[in-house]
Design a protein around this ligand. Structure first.
Ligand SMILES: C[S@@+](CC[C@H](N)C(=O)[O-])C[C@H]1O[C@@H](n2cnc3c(N)ncnc32)[C@H](O)[C@@H]1O
Length: 458
């Protein structure tokens, strides 16, 4: 049921609740994220497939509710903290998720209060029990009485950084990390707002003509990657080209990160490429398609199940090898490769648009161990490339410690030279981050990918 399609005002406690399928599905996503650490972008499509009774409109509303509530969790919790007498952490987690779901509808979507409150009370009665529905009813009525998001933000107050965090649905530490990466406040708000907007689906034309994919999908050519098509709606899974694997879903920024390796200037032999952290195989699929004839592509991932996904992504490609291997203890001989892509495991702070819950799951404590791993993997990548060969270091995070901080350590070596990224992408404005490259959602409509290019000099 969409906003405003209310089913009447008050329910006698005895009436069996009629549950709204879209709202129940959104709740089930929140519960999966909270209780099983599920990923919303995987769980929601699965639930929608299992519930064919939901029509397109219901599915769109369930998506908006689930993703919106997850993204806005910090602001919703700030609102609820003032209205619930106990600390939120002491509430039944199901009740907290239901309160968030109701509050999101009231303050962000401005669903009429009778519809938002009554449907949430019905869900509470069915999922948790009648005892909890009284609390949910009382709290949501207080939320509704105090206005919409703008009024709530004004009431919550705080200093500038705190207000920006609440207004853009980011934790404070991520606001700080983006400020540092952007070099100040000038673009911070548009960047965070773009990071909070629902992203378009981008496709990559791997083994087909891009124009053909534009025609098939009804999308439009992406502005930066010659392989990109941007969709303005619709399910990419229905496209024959995606089903057959000649095209795939891939953010245009990730496409540029793959192309960085292929475009890097190189003297001498160019017959062996390595994708060292390849799972699930997005960039490996593009590299396999764009490599010149005669180049052998090796793709590795430490996790065997991720290596298996790479194997599937590369099915049908000649001259490829997929390994389950740790890039720090490589099974290949030093200097085996001419080009190495290191798409390092990272916090993912640049791809928050696609994973709404990740901003609240990540903590500042995640950064240091990842940086340690990234430094080791980059040393492994440099050991894997021959003298004169190139390493592309890429993260889907702009966080300065896991980007510039990691690359600067390697760049200080006397056998490593930094190659500037921007000249390889003359068609992409605003990509420079010193000698490195940085894409931004507000500038480029992509994830915030970081890219660096290093050459082993000897
Ligand atoms: C950012 S993802 C790579 C995404 C991939 N390049 C793509 O485009 O689909 C990072 C990958 O690194 C893998 N990984 C983590 N530690 C590793 C290690 N020590 N050696 C090799 N792979 C590792 C993870 O399993 C994960 O699949």
């Amino acid at each position: 049921m969409s906003p405003g399609r209310s089913r009447g005002r008050r329910h006698p406690a005895t009436r069996p609740p009629r549950l709204d399928g879209a709202r129940l599905t959104a709740y089930d996503v929140l519960d999966g994220v909270t209780s099983r650490a599920a990923y919303a972008n995987l769980l929601l499509p699965k639930l929608l497939r299992e519930r064919p009774e939901l029509d397109e409109r219901d599915a769109a509303f369930a998506t908006q509710l689930a993703y919106g509530t997850l993204r806005a969790q910090g602001t919703l919790d700030a609102v609820l903290t003032g209205l619930v007498s106990r600390p939120l952490a002491e509430l039944d987690p199901r009740v907290l998720d239901l309160l968030r779901l109701g509050t999101y509808q009231l303050i962000d979507l401005r669903v009429p209060s009778h519809a938002a409150v009554d449907t949430t009370v019905d869900l509470t009665r069915a999922i948790v029990g009648p005892g909890a529905s009284g609390l949910v009813n009382a709290v949501l009525r207080k939320v509704a009485a105090s206005g919409d998001r703008e009024q709530w933000l004004a009431a919550l107050g705080g200093d500038d950084a705190h207000r920006l965090a609440l207004a853009t649905n980011h934790p404070l530490w991520i606001v700080d990390a983006w400020r540092v990466a952007l070099g100040g406040d000038a673009e911070l708000e548009p960047a965070l707002l773009a990071d909070d907007a629902a992203p378009e689906v981008h496709l990559v034309a791997r083994r087909m003509d891009r124009e053909q994919l534009v025609g098939e999908s009804g999308g439009e050519a992406g502005p930066w990657s010659p392989h990109a098509v941007r969709l303005h709606g619709g399910d990419p899974g229905r496209l024959a080209s995606v089903r057959s694997g000649v095209a795939a879903v891939q953010d245009e920024g990730s496409q540029l990160a793959g192309l960085l390796l292929a475009r890097a200037p190189l003297d001498g032999r160019d017959g062996a490429w390595l994708d060292m952290c390849a799972g699930p195989g997005g960039k490996a699929g593009l590299l396999a398609a764009v490599r010149p004839e005669g180049v052998r592509l090796t793709a590795a991932d430490r996790a065997p199940h991720r290596a298996e996904l790479v194997r599937k992504a590369l099915a049908g490609e000649a001259d490829v090898e997929v390994l389950a291997a740790d890039g720090r203890e490589a099974p290949w001989a030093p200097g085996s490769f001419d080009r190495v892509l290191l798409d390092a495991p990272c916090t993912g702070l640049g791809a928050l648009r696609r994973r709404p819950e990740v901003r609240w799951r990540r903590t500042p404590e995640d950064v240091a161990p990842l940086v340690e791993l990234q430094v080791e993997l980059l040393a492994g990548a440099l050991a894997s490339v021959r003298p004169g060969g190139v390493v592309a270091y890429v993260t889907c995070s702009p966080h300065t410690e896991e980007t510039i901080g990691v690359v600067d350590v390697a760049a200080a070596r006397d056998d490593v030279e930094v190659l500037p990224v921007a000249p390889l992408f003359p068609e992409v404005p605003g990509i420079e981050r010193g000698k490195y490259g940085q894409l931004w959602p507000h500038r480029h409509g992509t994830d915030a990918m970081f890219m660096a290019l290093l050459r082993r000099t000897r």
